[in-house]
Design a protein around this ligand. Structure first.
Ligand SMILES: *Cc1c(COP(=O)(O)O)cnc(C)c1O
Length: 453
């Protein structure tokens, strides 16, 4: 098998191998790594995945991106450790299916990526005998998933930045009750500010000896495992082609699907379901890209993103080029400059996109409870509501990205009762938490990082 190589979407960084792409996280030119060539699956190869366990499908898909860089036996062990929970696919009505990605240890789909990434990072940290500092910005669920996945991993420290006032108590406590190698930081700012500080830190030479690595969805090792469940879902059913509705914020989940489609999985359309941060549906409509800064605050809080990072990858795959203009220190001067327009016709052929208001989320949660006795979480409800708006009369798999038990206040307000809260989450509420609070200021953040032991 030949070596798989990765390039930056900003075109100004050297080509790297998988290990370098993973350990760097972001390319030095602030671009995002993409495989130089997307590997492919033939039709009969896909059919061979039928009746396979999830981890076996993960192995088949991911080994195409890793090549010989990690021994097969080790990779198989990694995916086996990472994917030890159930992934139900339920038929809701004639055309609608829901894929439940909310059964991992922190009850959001972020577990799929975080658990794989943690295994990979520990593998490299030990193999190279280095200490890594993982830096991550979270809009809600990433932080918990990363904290849980990396807890007590050897040779690794994890600093997590979250917008102090925009996440729920449960989301916060998933990060702040662990201690040891997990360091949570509440920022007086929004998710986009957290993300910005993290991005600057990566390119700050003074922080070199911390071996900073990103655990955000910009890291390729977080992105690739999100292609796997699209394959898994497809082979559970017997349709020639399938559509997916994807509740989207930073577009990592969506990009996983887009890569699966590029690999040859017969996906007809993606329904890109966003909350009131509607920059993408507007872009599809007008061809003009206008990021929403600051992002709007909605009940699907993990999707409050006004300028999705992974849009750079999406636009890149469709022949365009988008980046943020920066000053010499790496600070963003202007977000989302569309230097080369992607093939809009092709984009409009492969994607439809809808913005769902919080009110529509409430109506959808109510309706699906009354009609089918299922409780959607606010993010999954954005997906289902967008499916309804799309009017697609063909099989659609909508992704349920979080457990409703993570949002008891929201659900109680809508349905009048609290959803069942998983035992592990209930115990969390009782635990003591510890985190520091920082201003939205790079200097302060940098000083804090430099003092980390
Ligand atoms: C992160 C998250 C999303 C959005 O996923 P992206 O990959 O950022 O588009 C949706 N739902 C939940 C519950 C999440 O945690």
């Amino acid at each position: 098998m030949e070596k798989i190589l990765y390039r930056s979407t900003n075109k100004k960084s050297p080509i790297v191998d998988f290990k370098q792409a993973v350990l760097k996280g972001q390319a030095p030119d602030y671009g995002l790594y993409m495989p130089l060539e997307i590997p492919s699956f033939k039709k009969d190869e896909i059919l061979l995945l039928k009746n396979k366990e999830y981890y076996q499908i993960a192995f088949a898909v991911l080994s195409k991106f890793i090549g010989t860089e990690i021994p097969s036996k080790k990779l198989l062990e990694i995916v086996r450790n990472a994917y030890n929970f159930e992934i139900p696919l339920k038929k809701i009505d004639e055309n609608l299916y829901i894929l439940y990605l909310d059964k991992g240890p922190t009850y959001s789909f972020k577990d799929f990526a975080a658990r794989f990434m943690a295994e990979i990072m520990e593998y490299y940290a030990k193999k190279e005998n280095i200490n890594l500092t993982i830096l991550v910005a979270t809009s809600g669920d990433t932080g918990g998933a990363i904290a849980n996945a990396f807890y007590e991993k050897e040779n690794i420290k994890v600093a997590i930045l979250f917008p102090k006032d925009e996440i729920t108590e449960i989301q916060r406590k998933q990060m702040t009750t662990l201690g040891k190698n997990i360091i949570p930081i509440g920022l007086k700012g929004k998710f986009d500010s957290c993300q910005n500080l993290v991005k600057i830190a990566f390119n700050d030479g003074d922080l070199k000896n911390l071996n900073l690595t990103s655990a955000n969805s910009i890291n390729i090792s977080r992105l690739l495992p999100q292609s796997v469940y699209y394959f898994y879902a497809y082979v559970q059913l017997n349709y020639e082609k399938i559509n997916f509705s994807v509740p989207s914020g930073n577009f990592g989940n969506l990009m996983g699907g887009v890569i699966a489609k590029k690999m040859g999985l017969p996906i007809k359309k993606f329904i890109v379901a966003v909350n009131e941060n509607d920059e993408f549906p507007n872009f599809l409509k007008t061809g003009e890209y206008k990021p929403i800064i600051p992002s709007k605050k909605c009940s699907s809080n993990a999707m409050n993103v006004g300028h999705p990072s992974n849009l750079a990858r999406l636009i890149d795959l469709y022949g365009g080029w988008i980046f943020d203009e920066r000053d010499s220190l790496g600070k963003v001067k202007k977000y989302g400059i569309l230097k080369v327009k992607p093939d809009m016709e092709k984009l409009r052929n492969d994607f439809v996109s809808f913005s769902i208001t919080d009110e529509e989320v409430e109506e959808t949660i109510k309706k699906y409870y009354e009609k089918y006795r299922i409780i959607l979480d606010p993010h999954g409800a954005v997906g289902v509501s967008a499916y309804e708006k799309s009017n697609i009369k063909e099989p659609v798999i909508s992704l349920e990205t979080a457990h409703p038990g993570k949002f008891p206040e929201v659900i109680k307000k809508i349905l009048g009762f609290e959803p069942e809260i998983p035992e592990k989450l209930k115990n969390l509420i009782l635990k003591d938490e510890k985190y520091i609070v920082l201003e939205n200021d790079y200097k302060e953040f940098k000083n804090f990082l430099m003092e980390l032991k």
